[in-house]
Ligand binder design. Sequence first.
Ligand code: MRU
Length: 360
Amino acid sequence: MFGGNGLCSLRWDEASERVEVIDQTALPHQLRWIALNTLDDYCHAITEMQVRGAPLIGITAGFGLAHAIAQDASDAALDAAHQRLLSTRPTAVNLRWALQQVSSAVRLLDPALRPDTALQTAQRLRAEDIASCERIGSHGLMLLQGLARGETLNVMTHCNAGWLATVQWGTALAPIYKAHSEGIPVHVWVSETRPRNQGMHLTAWELQSAGVPFTVVADNSCGQLMQQGMVDCVIVGSDRTAANGDVCNKIGTYLKALAARASDIPFYVALPASTIDWQCPRGEEIPIEERGVSEVLAVSGADIDGAIREVKLVADGVAAHNPAFDVTPAALVAALITEHGVFQANTESLHALQSQLDVV
Ligand code: MRU
């Protein structure tokens, strides 16, 4: 059983031999699939956030590189496509990881053999992502079972770390889907996630489609909900986790972690091992994406006739600043939920995971 609503975020169409993705910029108002036909399409889809979420960005880039190799399998073309895809978004490390997986699978091969191997590698990454997220769900479920007292379990999440951000299941939402299907009464507090509102637009849509009880709240309500005893735990995803356990995730995550600590609520981070940057010793070295200020100065939504429109929020000429991610220090993280089990957010514990993975 898949813990969403039966959909996946990215599919390979055998007949046309091309990748199709859900255009996440149209959700929740329209469920629209788009085909990625060129390297430009892949880069555009990532940069413009038609696909987003660290694991899905990686998988999409892996298929993008496979597509480029099918057009031209020379070393020069491979390097150029790799670099182009790598520059689409700076923070989610799964992008770099997936591109490396595809590049290293084909690098030593005769160019004639590269297209098939590249595509098979991208397909493998997609399949492994689904399996990893399901395992994250099972490990997280055990934590939720430990918190459940027979009454409704209130879990808070931020941004979207559901199946739309991966291929299926999700990271932070996978334990919630598992708990719901196990009959644990779970309710989710979904924070809106300004400026792009991934909580309102995507997480709410996912949970509604799956029949999981939830309530959307303004980002600014979250500390008060925790203070009032209305939250049993917080679970978020990660875009890049440093080797010491510092977690980079959507802007606003850090404030939730601070509030959770002040109210003595466990703050969990769910992530596949591909989100750990073993070369990055601490969070302050993670590059934080700065996005266009129009995301802060305006909001998009559907008008009364269902047409998607952008609406200005402030007078022309007002200055704005838009960092897309923040870093939560490891000390605020109760545990990291991975496909390999639950780990403490510290260097020793992650070192044990690294040895298990045999990552150099
Ligand atoms: O800017 P986005 O929408 O790509 O950011 C996504 C997030 O921050 C998610 O919470 C994160 O990637 C975890 S995804 C499973």
